[in-house]
Structures are given as C-alpha cells and as structure tokens.
Ligand binder design. Structure first.
Ligand code: GAR
Length: 198
C-alpha cells in the first residue's frame, strides 16, 4: 500500500481542529494521512502543548518583526526537512505569502468557519447573525492566493437559532468542524495518492 501522505498542521491557538485530525488518525492507523509536524507562528499556542503530549513533532517561531516571505521561507525549510507533502491550516491566523502558496499549490487545505463563499475573513459568526442568515457552518477548501477563495472540498451546516450569539453559534459550528475536517483531509489525501498512481 502507498505510504501515508505526510501532513503538517499549522495552528496559531488552541488547536482543537488539530486534535480532531490527530484523533481521527489514531482511531484508524490505515487512514491515508499521518501528521508529522504541528507548526505555529505563535510559540505559546496552546495547541503546541497538546501536540507534544501526543508525541507529534512541533516547530514554532514568532513572526513578529519578520517579513512575511522571510518567515514563510523558514517554515518551508522545516516542512521540506520533514518531507511534508500537504499542509493543513487549522486556525492558522496568518496570511501566507504568494511565494509559499505558489510553492505548495494544491497542497494546502484550510478550514474556515462559514459557508463559503459567504463571510470570508474574520468575525464570521457575528456577520452571519448580522446578515440574518438562517444557517451557518464551516468549509474546507484548497488555499489559493485570494483569501478563503479556493475550491471548496467539504461543508457542514448548522441551523441558526433565534437566540444565538456569535459564541453559541461558534460552539456548534466548531463541533461540526471537528467532524468535517478529518473526513475532508482523508478524502483529499486518498485522492492525491490515487492521482499519483495514475
Ligand atoms: C476554528 O474555528 C477555525 O475554523 C478558525 O479558527 C478556529 C481555530 O480553532 N479559522 C479561521 O477563522 C481561519 N480564517 P482551533 O485552534 O481550536 O482549531
């Protein structure tokens, strides 16, 4: 059987999606992916502690005071050093440089807390409520240079309730993220291997 797709998960904070990806793999080692690295632009990110506890290698560097491309070049070196094949953004709250995105074309996935193409960018839950949307959700998409704009490969929906706040909505959407992202990553990695096999 083909080797697992080596995945690096990029985080900036608590890392609950990273945990979901890791847990999905733990339940069935036959999954098409393996997480070989958790990397962050925030050295104190809680998710790094969780990753280390799981025995996953971590890398972190504060981006502060660095040019975007300079930071991304160091990140890229670390990914190459570990033979990473696919990058999964999971709450990575820093824009990637066009240089990096070009270099990893078709090899970066992101989870975004809205039903794309609705509500790209930040404050998605507040914006869904302000817009009077009847449903919210999350999307996994391929990362391209335009923000939150690449092909959507999976979505999950939640109904908006009359008394929802951005926080209550975020909680229900997050629960869906944790189910959606592992399945979408698995499918994408399996398809990558199939494409390579011709
Ligand atoms: C998640 O809700 C994710 O969708 C969102 O940040 C949160 C990270 O939580 N990502 C974005 O807003 C990206 N634009 P986590 O660190 O617990 O996975």
């Amino acid at each position: 059987m083909a080797d697992k797709v080596k995945v690096a998960v990029l985080i900036s904070g608590r890392g609950s999606n990273m945990l979901a990806l890791s847990e999905h793999k733990r339940k069935d080692p036959d999954r098409a992916y393996e997480i070989v690295l958790v990397a962050s632009n925030v050295p104190e990110a809680r998710g790094l502690v969780l990753a280390r506890r799981l025995g996953i290698a971590t890398w972190s560097l504060s981006h502060q005071g660095m040019k975007r491309e300079e930071f991304d070049a160091l990140l890229d070196s670390e990914l190459r050093r570990r033979d990473v094949e696919l990058v999964a953004l999971a709450g990575y709250m820093r824009l990637l440089s066009p240089w990096f995105i070009e270099r990893w074309q078709g090899r970066i996935l992101n989870i975004h807390p809205s039903l794309l193409p609705l509500h790209k960018g930040l404050d998605t839950h507040k914006r869904a409520l302000d817009a009077g949307d009847s449903e919210a959700g999350c999307s996994v998409h391929v990362v391209t240079e335009a923000l939150d704009d690449g092909a959507v490969i999976g979505q999950a929906r939640v109904r908006i309730r009359p008394r929802d706040t951005p926080e209550s909505l975020a909680e229900r959407v997050l629960a869906e993220e944790h189910k959606l992202y592992p399945v979408a990553l698995e499918q994408y990695c399996a398809a990558l291997r199939e494409a390579e096999a011709g």
